[in-house]
Structures are given as C-alpha cells and as structure tokens.
Ligand binder design. Structure first.
Ligand code: GUN
Length: 755
C-alpha cells in the first residue's frame, strides 16, 4: 500500500513536430470518438481522464499514475504553483514535468476555479498564460470567467463576454503552447451557444466546458446534458472537448456519447478522503459495505472491513487507488463501446442507475424534437419539461438542431443485432437516422394495376422474411403489380424490397414483440409519411404454415384479386416463365430501392440504369451482384448489414449521372434540398489525386470541398477540382469534420480510377 516501486513504463515518444497540437479521430460511434491528440510528451489517446494533482498534496504520486496506471495525461493548477514560492521557483528552474516527476502530458488550469471559490485571484490574464508557458506545460488554460448556475442572464452574459475579450491576449501569450479556451454561459442556452461560437474564432487547441462543477454537485444532470448540447454543435470538431471538473464515472457514457473527449478528476482523491467509493452507478460509503461494489486490483486481497481498520492516511491512499481504478475501467468500457458501435446503448443502460441521469437521458432522447414519434410516454415528458422554470428550457422546441447534430453523425446501416431495450429503442439516434432516411428516400412504385390502392402488411414473426415469402412474392408481383408489401417490425414498417436492412431486420427481443397486433392508427401515420396514406391496409399474419393462402384469401376478400377468373386462379402455380420474370422484377426493385436509399439516387436514374440489368444470386436466391446490360458489375448487396457495396464500375456509372453542380466549399444545404442528388462528392487537391487513383485513403487536410449530405459510413465519390472521378470510398466523418480536421483518414478508399 506504500509508494509504487515496481515496473517502470517507458517515457513517451514526442509526436512529429508538424503534428504538435493536432487532434485526429481513429474510430467513431455517432458523436462519440476515439481520438489522438499529438503533443511533445506523447500522443494522448482519447477519451481520457486527467487525474487532478494538487502539487501540495499528492494522494497518488504522478510517477505511479504513469508507471502503474498507464495514465498519459494529468492536470494540475498553475495558480497554486505560481502562488507558492518554493513550487514556483522549482517549476521555473526545472519545468513542470520535473517538478511533478511525470513524463506524460501535463495540462494546467489557470486559477479561474479559485476565483470562483474565493472571489478573486491576484494574477493577470496574460501573466498566468505566460507563466504556464514558461514552466513548459503541454496544455495551458486561459483565465476565463466562471459562470455560476445561480447567476442572472445579465451576469452570465458578462462572464461570456469577458472571457471572449480575454481570448486574443491569452492566445498571444501562449505562443506555441496549446491553450484551453473554456466555454461559459451558465444555464442559458443562447449564451452557451454564443460562447462556443465566440471562442471558436480563436486558435484554441481544446475547448473545456466550464462552469459545470456546481451543476454536477447538485446532480443537475439534465442541465449538464443541455449545456453540452447548447455548446458542442457550435465548436470546431477538430478540437477536443474537455468536461471541466467532471470525473465521476457515472457521467462518462452519456458525456462521451454526446461528444466529450477529456475529463478531469479530483473526485478520486476527494471522495477517498471522505471514505466514499466511486462506481459507475453512483457513490457508496465504505462504512456501509461488507463486499466491494467492484473488486478492483488494489483491494483484491482485502475486505472493506480491513480497509476501515487502516489509519486515515493509508485508508485514503487505498480508496483513492480504488476510485481511480474504477474510473479508468469505466472509461475502458466506454472506449470498447465506441469500437463496438454501442456507446449509446451503454449510456442508455447506465441511465437507469441514477434518477437524475435517467431524467437527463430521457430529456435528450425525447425532448420536443421527438414529439412526432407519437409515443404517449414521450408526450408526458414533454409537458413536464415545459413547466421547468430553468432558462435552458426557455428554448424548449429549439433543440431540434442539437438532436439532428447527433442523428446526422450516426452510421446506418450497421452490423450486428439490435437488442430491444423497451421504449428507449425507438429513440436511439441511429434508429432515428435509419427511419429518417427511409422516410426521406423511399417511395412506393405507384405502377398502377391491381393492388395500387392497397398495402399488404405482413406481421407476426421476426426475420428472415425472404424465405417465408419466397413463393408468395412472385405471385403478388404477377397478379397485383400495384400492391406494396411492408413488414411490420418493432421499430416501424419496412418495405419488403429492403427486407434485410439493419437495424429493422436485426431486432433481438422476446417473441411477443413480434406477436403484438399492429396498431392501426400508428401504422396509418407511418404510411402517411411513406407516401401511402390513402392506401387500404390488408394485414397478414406470418406465423405458421399457409402464409400464401392466408395472404391470397385476404386479397380476395378485399376484392384486390377480383376479376381473376376463378378464386383459385391466383393459387395455381405460376408458369415458369412468369415466375422468372416476376423474380427478376423483384430483384431489380430490391437493388433499385437500396440505391435510392443508400446512394441518395433518384428513381428515374436508377430505373434507367437498371433497365436491362441482370443479377447473380446465391443458392438461397439472394442477390449477390447487380450487373448492367453491358456486363458491368455495379453494386453488391451486403449480407452483414443489408447495405450496398459500390464497385469501381458502378462509381463510374453513377458519377456520370450527376446533374447538380459540383461542391465548391463546405456549405450546408438545409431543408432536404440534397435529396436524390446521388452520393456525396469529396473534392481533393492535386497532391492527393495520384494516391487516390492508386486506391489509397483520403486524408484530412487534402479536401477542398464536399457535398453537405456526407455522413459517416456513407459511400462517397472522390473527385478532383475538375470534377473528374478519382475513386470511391466510405466517408469517415461529417461535413464539419471534412472542413476542419487536418489529420486522420477522411475517406477509406474502396477503389481508385487509375488512368
Ligand atoms: N475547473 C472547473 N470548472 C472550471 C472552469 O469553468 N474554468 C476553469 N478554468 N477551470 C475550471
């Protein structure tokens, strides 16, 4: 339990000089990201927790943080060092890394928090930044003005203004040292936004979200979430976001899902002093425990009772290690969840563990923007939200932008199952993204003919549906070409042509989810948004044998098959030729609908392109490749997620179809004007051209312009300034990412066009 003496960890390798201060994303899951911040004291992998070191009271030595816990960055307070003669002289003489005996990244704070606690500090705005620079910190912090949650709007506006006014002098004083530019704004949505927009104008390396300590202390987690959503969408995405003073692991999943990259924690030591243990679901007192909430390595050989018997100093030291280990392990869980694409679900699960967190989570996912979902439990919440006198609620109804900011960053379709999580499932942002895309792109065929006034809705079982319906579908295609067939899934209606599309197809849940009789009113509303509001609904239960006759009977009863000579005619097997023709039409529809949905194409172009197309199918009748009449293989539907892989030949064909002007900047097009214009174009500079042509990835920093509808995971076309096609690939970021990042992969190239 004494000082750590075993095993030294190697000192960090400084980043390349040209990269110093740059941040890149390596993996993302919606707004959550795994990143790398390049510094002279190593590359800091994010999300990261920076333990707070009080240079006067080191509960755990920084050296142990580095060697034993693998902690690559910590934060200390430059104002405390500056005030303390002995520390100040040593720091100036030897630098802060020596002073702390820590080889990793050192961030310092500026004294703002002391000003908040004690009313004022004696140091000047430039003076404190110059001091931080002079002691060799990696990341300094300007002296911002703390905005408290109990301040009036006018008082908070002054804090925001004053902080912005201090920015130019602070930036000048920082020289080449990275500088934190904190965002203030109390509980006022517009002031948070103004602060974010104002501070973005200066060359800060990182934006901490300030003024949140009292919000967290009072468990005002809904306000915490609102502060994040009022600020983050207005910050340049290539600067990490640091949640100032947030070190409780309970808040990590939600914060990270909303875009936080850095945390700092004094909590591990402060709580230890009070005999309190941090856990991902709250805080527990050691006095009340017989068992450990989580058996962390530092307590594997002792019981809570034994620890209670230690003297105060030893007890604090051990509990601080316990708290640090728990905190780091929750952070690891979050990082793995980002890799697995499950960070939202982790935040959803964790939200059940504290009422205030649950409130925050429900607010994010169900506040006014989601009212359209027409779920009763959401309606109640929205009303409740309106009563709140808090100022962040003045703008209730104006959070749509923030929600869209989350939704637009979601990759869809994705691989893997979608575990049912009750009503929360409906408001997962990537499910929202999938439903929105369907609504915006997909249209009924409106071919006319029998069934044109009806829609057949198949319900009652989970997928795969293609096999269950393989005999029926060609028959319906032949006898009632106007009919649309939809599948009723627990998250909404899915056109049969997209029957293998994730997440609709991959909901993992109890059978009763599928056995619920469809709610007609909800379906009617959904059909309305899909352009079939006028159609008569015919329901068919998919469970059990005889689906075919049940469906045909239902259509007979509804009069759709009237006119076919005898009632049995539709039940006779189709002629081989008729069946083949119908099959090819279904295959064509399958590919066409995917091209419209996933490549943002319009039906006219797709239909022309696929006019005489042929399809390679596997043993189970699934389309593997789609070929044009000239033999060019253009796309392949994917098994794993129901997505579509574009070939290089397909990219050439689709590139030639573009009618809208090429993008010249990174301007956003609002209001759906981007729809049906084809896959987004990414315009790269001459330096990148030969690499892309050879099939190499597109890196940030080489992009000149980009279509606004680009989204992570989407197929895009890579062109040069003349609009000539160089290759195609998968976008790794949003429009703002393409504009701002200077490092990292922007497009994973799938194929290059070599001349
Ligand atoms: N530490 C905790 N909150 C804050 C803040 O708002 N500003 C600064 N500089 N440090 C903090």
């Amino acid at each position: 339990m004494g000082a750590w003496t075993e095993g030294r960890r190697e000192d960090p390798v400084p980043c390349r000089e040209a990269d110093n201060g740059l941040f890149e994303i390596t993996t993302r899951d919606g707004r959550a990201r795994l990143g790398r911040l390049h510094t002279a004291h190593g590359i800091l992998e994010t999300p990261a927790l920076l333990p707070v070191i009080n240079p006067n009271i080191k509960t755990i030595e920084p050296r142990e943080m580095w060697d034993r816990y693998g902690i690559s960055a910590l934060i200390t307070n430059s104002y405390i060092i500056w005030k303390h003669e002995g520390l100040k002289d040593a720091a100036i003489a030897e630098g802060v890394h020596k002073l702390l005996d820590y080889p990793g990244v050192v961030m310092t704070d500026s004294g703002t928090f002391q000003a908040y606690i004690y009313g004022d500090v004696e140091v000047g705005v430039e003076q404190i930044v110059e001091f931080q620079r002079s002691i060799g910190v990696d990341i300094a912090t300007m002296l911002d003005v703390f905005s408290r949650p109990d301040m009036t709007e006018a008082q908070v506006a002054k804090c925001v203004q004053e902080t912005i006014e201090r920015a130019p002098a602070s930036i000048a004083a920082s020289g080449t040292t990275m500088l934190n530019g904190p965002i203030q704004g109390g509980l006022f949505k517009h002031l948070r936004t103004e602060s974010a927009q104002g501070m973005s104008q200066f060359d800060f390396a990182i934006h901490p979200i300030g003024g949140i300590v009292p919000v967290m202390e009072r468990h005002l987690y809904k306000d915490y979430a609102k502060i994040m959503l009022a600020s983050l969408p207005h910050l340049p995405p290539n600067r990490p976001v640091h949640m100032f003073g947030c070190g409780h692991p309970m808040l990590f999943p939600m914060s990270i899902a909303l875009g936080a990259d850095l945390f700092d924690s004094a909590a591990y030591a402060l709580f230890a002093r009070d005999g309190r243990l941090l856990t991902p679901w709250g805080t527990q007192k050691i006095e009340t425990l017989t068992e450990w909430p989580e058996r962390m390595p530092c307590v594997s050989a002792c019981t809570p009772a034994e620890v209670r018997g230690l003297n105060k100093k030893e007890k604090t030291a051990l509990l601080a290690r316990y708290n640090l280990e728990v905190t780091l392990s929750e952070l690891d869980r979050c990082k793995q969840a980002i890799r697995d694409g499950t960070i939202w679900r982790l935040a959803e699960r964790r939200s059940h563990q504290h009422p205030a967190l649950r409130e925050a989570f429900l607010w994010i996912s169900t506040s006014p923007h989601n009212k359209k979902l027409n779920l009763q439990f959401l309606e109640d919440l929205v009303l409740d939200d309106r009563d709140a006198a808090r100022d962040l609620d003045q703008n209730a109804g104006k959070w749509e932008h923030a929600w869209n900011w989350i939704v637009e960053s979601q990759e869809s379709p994705r691989k893997g199952g979608e575990p049912w999580g009750g009503e929360d499932t409906h408001v997962r942002p990537h499910i929202n993204a999938a439903k929105k895309a369907l609504k915006q792109h997909w249209k009924p065929q409106n071919r006319g003919g029998k069934g044109a006034d009806e829609v057949l809705i198949a319900y009652g079982t989970s997928g795969p549906w293609r096999e269950r319906l393989s005999d029926l579908m060609p028959r319906l295609e032949h006898h009632c070409p106007g009919l649309e067939v939809m599948i009723h899934t627990p998250i909404g209606l899915l056109p049969y042509s997209l029957e293998d599309l994730n997440p609709f197809t991959h909901i993992d849940g109890p059978q009763w989810l599928w056995r619920r009789r469809p709610n007609l009113a909800a379906m009617r509303e959904e059909l309305d948004t899909l352009g079939m509001g006028e159609r008569r609904i015919i329901l068919v239960d998919l469970l059990g044998d005889g689906i075919q006759s049940r469906a045909l009977n239902a259509l007979h009863e509804a009069g759709v098959l009237e006119g076919i000579k005898d009632t049995d005619a539709s039940a006779q097997p189709l002629e081989k030729e008729q069946r083949e023709e119908a099959r090819i039409r279904l295959q064509r529809r399958h590919v066409a609908d995917k091209m419209v949905l996933l490549l943002n194409m319009n039906y006219d172009d797709v239909q022309k392109l696929l006019a005489d197309s042929t399809f390679v199918v596997n043993r189970l009748g699934r389309v593997k490749n789609a070929m044009l009449s000239n033999g060019t293989h253009i796309v392949s539907p994917r098994l794993t997620d129901g997505g579509l892989s574009l070939t290089t030949g397909g990219a050439v064909e689709i590139h030639a179809l573009r009618k809208s002007p090429m993008p010249l900047s990174f301007e956003r097009e609002e209001g759906g004007s981007h729809l049906l214009k084809g896959p987004a174009w990414v315009v790269v500079n001459d330096d990148a051209e030969p690499f892309v042509r050879q099939g190499r990835n597109v890196f940030h920093g080489f992009i000149l312009a980009c279509d606004s509808w680009i989204s992570p995971g989407d197929t895009c076309l890579i062109v040069n300034e003349k609009g000539e096609l160089l290759g195609h690939g998968i976008a790794q970021g949003t429009l703002a990412d393409m504009q701002h990042f200077q490092k990292g992969v922007a497009v994973k190239t799938r194929g290059g066009i070599n001349l």
